[in-house]
Design a protein around this ligand. Sequence first.
Ligand code: SAH
Length: 317
Amino acid sequence: MAAANAHYYATRDPLGAGGDFTTAPEISQMFGELIGLWCADLWDRAGRPDAAWVELGPGRGTLAADALRAMAKAGFSPPVHFVETSPVLRAEQAKRVPDATWHDDVEELPTDRPLLIVANEFFDALPIRQLVRRGAAWHERLVACQDTLFLPIPGKQVPDEVIPAHLRDAPAGAIIETSPASVGVMRVLAARIVAQGGAMLAVDYGYEGPAVGDTLQAVRGHAYANPFEEPGERDLTAHVDFATLGMVGHASGAIVSGPVGQGAFLRALGIDARAAALARNMPEVLADRDRLVDAMGDLFKVLALRQADWPEPAGFA
Ligand code: SAH
């Protein structure tokens, strides 16, 4: 999954009508603006420290451009750091945010100041591992290559203790997912926030796991596709286990808010008022608002972490 997605993102801009999928910041400027105001408000109430603004997997840079514009109006114009591995998407991001500093890995982020970190549809692109129940035992699910065809096959048996106790008796065929890569990123960032100050906002489609379910999926041309065909040519994603990410933040000493639904979060930040104001000149924003708040509102979830000295973030009450 890691290799397939690395090739996929390195070789195209997948976003938008002509691509494979679209995301909240590409649907409407309101999304990035409200996230920018969330950051500026937190920074203001934290006493206006000399913080850096970070985005993980910024796509085309649309969210960043919208957020930075809104933050600047609130008096917050921080240095910008992007964590992005794709050269094609780095070039897109540079068109909209030319002064950013790019990194391949979260380990390279600045260590000398508070970090305000945003991640939209980033964790869902990181690789997962699946465990499958066969008969009475659990096995890792692997992928075999036959000619040009990839097939899921059962791997070695894993000890029952690997499986959370409440899921061990799941029926034959049940699948449980874990994402060591996501947990690793979260651990690094939570430790940085605790040591340096700041906060993180993660938005993605997800659930509060660990739970039974196969959420690995592929999209191509805005339609679901077989994830085992054409590796590297289809976007592979898995739903994000927000309970586990929150637990990692908590175990690192950060304060965790949420997860809450994206719809409730955006409404708490004032999307209805913003949509009504924009609709005077652009009536179509009302449909965008419905898409962000209603269609995506429960499936997509929002989680925040912060250092204990930082104020409570907006949107989670
Ligand atoms: N946040 C954007 C794009 C989401 S697509 C939006 O909401 O529109 C996923 C993004 O994460 C892309 O920019 C992709 O290149 C980046 N990405 C995926 N895997 C990555 C990895 N392992 N390290 C850094 N960036 C990654």
